[in-house]
Design a protein around this ligand. Structure first.
Ligand SMILES: Cc1cc2nc3c(=O)[nH]c(=O)nc-3n(C[C@H](O)[C@H](O)[C@H](O)COP(=O)(O)OP(=O)(O)OC[C@H]3O[C@@H](n4cnc5c(N)ncnc54)[C@H](O)[C@@H]3O)c2cc1C
Length: 407
């Protein structure tokens, strides 16, 4: 069986290592940090069974509002825009309704199996205590917005076979002791799961991988070199060799592939989080729809995660979206005090085609991609891992082929 190096121990890489190991391959997982310490650590922890369509770039007035900084969903660091222009332009074009519908057709097939793919790993890793099967809520403060969204949600739910309920604010208050006053209401997506410590779930999967004979090495990766027998991975200190190498480095994937001739445009959507003492844990995560923030009870406290800040990987931190979300949330929920020294940032690796790139690189034998999971990488890691493994075994399904890199 092949010897495979998997680069990156986030949700994507750890799940890929598990899928390949399960097929009998000898797999070594490399990361500069312990598993699940970057983007897969600080996200909102929702396994988004409801997210059958990826986020399109809005058009018209909504896009203008984003550009003018009128929405808390998106903020833009202007000096980061020129290096992202190609990616943003392709994202805009792919967001046209017809193209978005085609992309959603593939995306929906990924999302439809995500809970099942996770659930197999959750039981094998004995990690059930980290999961809640209580759905995801979307909170609306204005009745008019709720009515409009409820009609759209019901039609979306019919299209994709999802369970959805619309509840008024008074009924929601009976479920959530933390609510100080009833909002207009909420849309409850019943099929979604959530995790009380996303980094710990990745670590639990990594522990399972090691228990099944896999190897994890800590190493700062510098470069990838093709050799006659396969690949060399140069790190600070050691050199690792494998017949195959899988790039699962999330937002850092394009930079490691650039010297090999792959120019991969990526929209870097950074998010932030902070934790609050919150005396009354929430039964499920909630998106505050006016603010684009998610509130979720975690082992560390109530986590508030922000929307998208378009900024390069090394660009400056801007906590304004998080603060605005916090102020709005505070009017509705008993959040308690902010915990000290726990502000975090991480980058959603968003490809302009809104689908992850999974499969064989187009110009090198034995080089494989598994990155670009965007807003739903915590959800999709185990699913793309299985599709990658199908490719590597030489029998990709039509869904696996739909994600394969081209050009
Ligand atoms: C605020 C926020 C909220 C989110 N909420 C959700 C959610 O609720 N549900 C959901 O499904 N998704 C969510 N996401 C998206 C999700 O977190 C990402 O899509 C996912 O974590 C990406 O996983 P990954 O394994 O590709 O990347 P990462 O988790 O970032 O892993 C990449 C790994 O590569 C390693 N690495 C990089 N460069 C090197 C190098 N040179 N040498 C060695 N190692 C290296 C890093 O250390 C890291 O461990 C959210 C994201 C954010 C920012």
């Amino acid at each position: 069986m092949a010897e495979i190096l998997v680069l990156g121990a986030g949700m994507a890489g750890v799940a890929a290592a598990l899928s390949l190991n399960a097929r009998g391959h000898e797999v070594t997982l490399l990361d500069r940090r312990a598993p699940g310490q970057e983007t897969s650590f600080g996200n909102a922890g929702v396994i988004q069974a409801e997210a059958h369509e990826p986020y399109a770039m809005p058009r018209g007035a909504t896009l203008l509002g984003y550009a003018l900084g009128q929405s808390n969903d998106v903020a833009v660091h202007l000096p980061s825009v020129p290096p992202m222009l190609t990616a943003l332009w392709q994202y805009f074009r792919n967001s046209a309704p017809n193209r978005h519908a085609q992309i959603s057709n593939t995306y929906s097939q990924l999302i439809a199996r995500a809970v099942l793919d996770h659930s197999k790993l959750i039981s094998a890793a004995d990690a059930g205590a980290l999961l809640r099967q209580t759905g995801l809520g979307e909170i609306y403060t204005k009745a008019r917005d709720l009515d409009r969204a409820a009609a759209a949600a019901q039609s979306f739910a019919r299209r994709y076979g999802l369970a959805v309920d619309v509840t008024d604010g008074t009924a929601l208050r009976t479920e959530e002791a933390a609510l100080l006053q009833p909002p207009a209401g909420a849309i409850l997506w019943r099929d979604s799961w959530s995790c009380s410590d996303p980094g710990a779930l990745v670590q639990a999967y990594a522990t399972l991988f090691q228990a099944r004979g896999g190897t994890i090495q800590t190493a700062q990766i510098r470069a990838l070199l093709p050799t006659a027998a396969g690949w060399q991975v140069l790190t600070e200190g050691d050199t690792f060799e494998g017949e195959h190498v899988v790039v699962a480095l999330g937002a850092w994937s394009p930079q490691i592939l650039r010297p090999l001739g792959y120019k991969i445009p990526m929209v870097m959507k950074r998010g932030y989080h902070s934790h609050f003492a919150h005396p009354h844990p929430l039964t499920r995560p909630y998106v505050l729809m006016d603010q684009g923030v998610v509130l979720s009870s975690m082992q560390q406290g109530l986590r508030i995660t922000s929307g998208a800040h378009l900024v390069g990987l090394d660009g400056p931190a801007r906590f304004g979206q998080l603060d605005a979300g916090y102020h709005a949330a505070q009017a509705l929920f008993d959040l308690g005090d902010e915990l000290p020294d726990n502000r975090w940032q991480g980058t959603r690796p968003c490809l302009p085609g809104m689908l992850p790139l999974v499969g064989p690189a187009s110009r090198h034998q034995g080089l494989w991609f598994d990155f670009g999971h965007g807003h739903q990488g915590f959800t999709l890691g185990p699913t793309t891992a299985e599709l990658l493994a199908e490719h590597l075994e030489g029998a990709p399904s039509p869904l696996a082929r739909a994600l394969a890199p081209r050009g």
